[in-house]
Design a protein around this ligand. Structure first.
Ligand code: ZN
Length: 155
């Protein structure tokens, strides 16, 4: 049976980074890997930080010129990263730059997280801006020298 997670990926050797998970028609699914799967340190995204990261990433990306071609941004249930789905009008290198810009936005964000109210959010009290910033800082380092060539999963 096929599962939601990319079944061809060997999670045992995965490193942090941004990868092309699959391409379906004109939709490209990127896996943004932020924590190594099944790591010995038991280091996973914390839910409140992941939730704030989701709000800020989506807010930034949906307010760029790419907005109409962004399909979905959301966390992985295993808390090791995010799914990022875009139309292929956004090139791989533009998607990488958009992610890096989003990380800078999150790192420097001050004030009230957008959408944190009872109307727009399903758990508006569960947020952690400082935690989201730490994730962004870590991923900026991971992606510092990232290239489109590195986006292919090793099989
Ligand atoms: Zn929310």
């Amino acid at each position: 049976m096929k599962t939601i997670e990319s079944f061809k990926v060997n999670h045992d050797i995965l490193q942090k980074g941004m990868y092309i998970s699959r391409i379906d028609g004109d939709i490209v699914t990127y896996d943004i890997r932020m924590k190594r799967p099944n790591n010995k340190e038991n280091d996973y995204l914390q839910n409140a930080a992941m939730h704030s990261f989701e709000h800020l990433f989506a807010t930034y990306a949906r307010n760029t010129k790419y907005s109409d071609n962004i399909i979905y941004i959301g966390p992985m249930g295993c808390r090791t990263g995010f799914y990022f789905l875009v139309r292929d009008k956004i090139t791989h290198s533009e998607a990488l730059n958009l992610l890096k810009e989003s990380l800078e936005f999150i790192k420097d964000f001050e004030g009230k997280i957008p959408g944190t109210n009872k109307i727009e959010c399903g758990n508006y009290l569960e947020h952690d801006l400082e935690g989201a910033k730490l994730v962004a800082i870590d991923m900026l380092e991971v992606l510092k020298n990232w290239t489109v060539e590195k986006m292919a999963y090793e099989q």
